[in-house]
Design a protein around this ligand. Structure first.
Ligand code: CDP
Ligand code: CDP
Length: 204
């Protein structure tokens, strides 16, 4: 069993974090945790009438319904409950334990390199212009049959950017030692190749 090795991947909505994280994890044989799903699961339970802090304390990631969690209303609810310090605090231990599992782990989110894993061996900040990210998310949601408009998705992306970057606790920002990858003009293959190269250079 190889040692723990943490790859922290942060960035704004629909920048390509998940795509890059899955590819890095697969290439290196690491486990992957999309931490956005934790916040989306709490957001979904708030929409069902539950108290978000109680929901965060009783999450069961094994029971996540990914299709429902990927919807736009749930993404908005996630960014609303993500400003609550008690919600964030309830999710810390699970993420840190995942990050240090033997054999290596990739975690993607907003605060992995800054708050959850400040000592991560490799840190990436994956970003792209808001227009580009909104177009990608629009195509993705339409592909799943969601009734969304390009303007509506752009508005949603901008609202989440503002809330995620402006909150007092664990705001979205690059860690000082993160390598930034701007995927605006990159294909998925280029973004993945760049990310894998950065992580490999840290592996030595
Ligand atoms: O995880 P995050 O929200 O940051 O983004 P994602 O789910 O990995 O990517 C959002 C969408 O953009 C997906 O449909 C990807 O296939 C697409 N994408 C792209 O077109 N070009 C890239 N360089 C990266 C992602
Ligand atoms: O896939 P996308 O980038 O659109 O969103 P996500 O990563 O699933 O995250 C949904 C929301 O959860 C974000 O807008 C953040 O408000 C929150 N989040 C967070 O605060 N911290 C994280 N580590 C991950 C997500």
């Amino acid at each position: 069993m190889t040692d723990a090795f943490t790859v922290a991947i942060d960035g704004p909505a629909a920048a390509g974090k998940g795509t890059v994280s899955r590819a890095v994890a697969e290439t290196l044989g690491f486990a992957h945790l999309d931490t956005g799903l934790l916040y989306r699961a709490v957001g979904a339970r708030m929409l069902s009438g539950e108290d978000p802090v109680a929901a965060a304390r009783t999450l069961d990631p094994a029971a996540f319904d990914e299709d429902r969690l990927r919807s736009d209303p749930v993404a908005q609810a996630a960014s609303e409950i993500a400003v609550l310090p008690d919600v964030r605090a309830a999710l810390v231990d699970f993420q840190r334990a995942f990050a240090r599992r033997p054999g290596g782990a990739v975690l993607d989110g907003r605060d992995i390199g800054t708050v959850i894993c400040p000592d991560a061996e490799a840190k990436l900040f994956v970003t792209a212009s808001a227009e580009c990210r909104a177009e990608r998310r629009y195509r993705e949601l339409r592909g799943k049959g969601a009734e969304v408009t390009p303007d509506g998705v752009l508005e949603d992306v901008r609202a989440r950017d503002a809330r995620d970057s402006g909150r007092a606790v664990a705001p979205l920002k690059p860690a000082e030692d993160a390598v930034t990858i701007d995927t605006t003009a990159m294909s998925i293959e280029e973004a993945v190749a760049r990310a894998v190269a950065v992580v490999r250079s840290r592996r030595g």
